[in-house]
Design a protein around this ligand. Structure first.
Ligand code: MG
Length: 268
């Protein structure tokens, strides 16, 4: 069952989303060659707790980190640790924040210094796919329209959407109904209605869509070792269209300036 949220409840998720957004901006600044993913994890946990929040991933089904940090061919669920970032890496940073009992979830994939042309186009394509999918999050659309928007963009750009990992509804729980595949038929699936809150998250490989889970039980890699990217927003469906509750796509300076007005909608 898809739980619809009241306007007050959406504001609670938006408050968690603002902490999360500032955390991602901070991580983006810190993610440089020579830094370990463990250092990023520590910084994220400190920041989230300093804002009165809790890192949603810490302890989730036993996950040891506060964030997921997944470099290069790792798609998602990377455990932060001794990995030292190098120039030319791409790094997916996935963060969840619980504030006042409500959860927000978002991810970005960042380049570490100058990256290959293939890596840069993978990032641009995955981010564009998220933007196009978010634009479908309006009353009267169907879930398949969201899924299809991701698939259409990614496949047009010659990349592969991962089939066995999905986005999700979000609210009191990090993972609520519905599951949101990154492929599908337009005009199919549940009708989208005002008050639904969705974590939309394209996960994309350069090569084949197959994945494998590493021996740590968490880290998910592209099976063929090709580069992978992941971008995610928590989005509320408003009467007039999507409202992004994790507006990391805004410029940090502009976002901070307009934070009072970060009744932020708009597109990534
Ligand atoms: Mg998610």
């Amino acid at each position: 069952m898809i739980v619809r949220k009241s306007p007050e409840e959406v504001e609670k998720i938006a408050a968690a989303g603002r902490v999360l957004t500032r955390c991602l901006w901070m991580l983006q600044r810190k993610a440089r060659a020579g830094v370990t993913t463990g250092e990023l994890d520590d910084a994220a946990e400190k920041f989230i707790r300093s804002q009165g929040g809790e890192p949603a991933f810490k302890g989730y089904r036993g996950f040891p980190g506060s964030i997921c940090a997944s470099p290069n061919s790792m798609v998602v669920h990377g455990i932060p640790g001794p990995y030292v970032l190098s120039r030319g890496d791409i790094l997916s940073l996935d963060v969840g924040v619980i504030l006042d009992g409500w959860v927000a979830d978002a991810a970005i994939t960042v380049p570490i210094g100058k990256v290959s042309t293939a890596a840069a186009s993978l990032l641009a394509s995955t981010r564009a796919a998220l933007s196009e999918a978010v634009d479908q999050c309006r009353p009267g659309k169907r879930l398949g329209d969201v899924s299809h928007a991701v698939q259409r963009r990614i496949e047009a750009d010659g990349f592969a959407v991962i089939r066995s990992l999905v986005g999700h509804g979000i609210g009191r729980e990090m993972h609520e109904d519905p599951q949101i595949p990154n492929f599908g038929e337009p005009g199919t699936g549940p009708l989208l209605e005002e008050g639904m809150v969705l974590a939309v998250e394209p996960m994309v490989n350069v090569g084949s869509h197959d994945i494998r889970v590493a021996g740590d039980g968490w880290s998910v890699y592209s099976r063929d070792g090709s580069l992978a990217a992941h971008f995610e927003h928590t989005v509320a469906i408003g009467a007039d269209g999507p409202r992004i509750l994790t507006p990391w796509h805004l410029e940090e300076a502009a976002g901070t300036r307009s934070e009072a007005g970060l009744a932020a909608s708009g597109h990534p």
